[in-house]
Design a protein around this ligand. Structure first.
Ligand code: ADP
Ligand code: MG
Length: 250
């Protein structure tokens, strides 16, 4: 779905974004818009700045220059309530970052109670509903260490969803998983996409990008080299750098 058609405010807008770590210019002027309900996959070689871009969207990194808007709010405005912004954005990392000493349910209820101030009962209901969505109702009382990596990642997704985000950011969510566990996690992400969630997904899973993304963005050297429909960027790339990257991947 393209926001050009609706004229609506894009859910995410990145404008002239630069990020340097010391002398290392990691992002060199990124412009990007993601419409409500749109799924954008970001691909590119290691070190091209994909994670830094995602982390700038929810201000885990502070941009050196440029602007980021989420749902019309400028998150790079120095006066912004950053906690309020982060509540609107769910983030899923390669490493699941679950609390090992808490049950699956408690992993989902704790942030709801701490950050959103929800009561015990409501938090438990929301947790149960989201465990059901990711197909893990039967693991509610389990500890993370007893789950497979794929199950742990689905719990991490459920934990993010339980906060009621309007956008989900995924940073290589299946890269740490054994190959046979990747499919279940991608299936959950596909379900979210089908439900209309706005998603920005850094991934090397080209079949997922081809089938699920509305748009694919190829980054290299801190810039967007090429973006467009998956069939175009992955199937018929126009830039040498994109072709080179894809040829090494397939
Ligand atoms: P990608 O996710 O595409 O692999 P990253 O955004 O992780 O790329 O990293 C891009 C560059 O930024 C790398 O050169 C990396 O070393 C550097 N970088 C990322 N995070 C930091 C940090 N916190 N401090 C210093 N350098 C960083
Ligand atoms: Mg990365």
């Amino acid at each position: 779905m393209s926001n050009e058609n609706t004229g609506a405010v894009p859910e995410i807008r990145v404008s002239g974004l630069h990020k340097a770590f010391g002398d290392n210019q990691v992002l060199r002027g990124i412009d990007l818009e993601i419409g409500a309900g749109e799924v954008v996959c970001v691909i590119g070689p290691s070190g091209s700045g994909k994670s830094t871009l995602l982390r700038c969207v929810n201000l885990l990194e502070e941009p050196t220059a440029g602007q980021v808007f989420v749902g019309g709010t400028e998150v790079t405005d120095p006066d912004v309530d950053i906690d309020a912004v982060r509540r609107r954005i769910g983030m899923v990392f390669q490493q699941f970052n679950l609390f090992p000493h808490l049950t699956v349910t408690d992993n989902l209820t704790l942030p709801q109670r701490r950050v959103l101030g929800r009561g015990k009962e409501e938090a438990a209901e929301v947790a149960a509903e989201n465990l059901r969505r990711v197909g893990l109702s039967e693991k509610a009382a389990a500890y993370p260490g007893s789950l497979s990596g794929g199950q742990q990642q689905r719990v991490a997704i459920a934990r993010a969803l339980a906060m009621g985000p309007e956008v989900m950011l995924f940073d290589e969510p299946t890269s740490a998983l054994d190959p046979e566990l990747v499919g279940d996690v991608l299936a959950v992400m596909r379900m979210l996409a089908d439900e209309g969630m706005t998603m920005m997904v850094v991934t090397h899973e080209m079949s997922f990008a081809r089938e699920v993304a509305d748009r694919v963005v190829f980054m290299d050297g801190g810039v967007v080299v090429e973006e467009g429909a998956p069939a175009q960027v992955i199937g018929a790339p126009t830039h040498d750098r994109t072709r080179h990257f894809l040829s090494r991947l397939l």
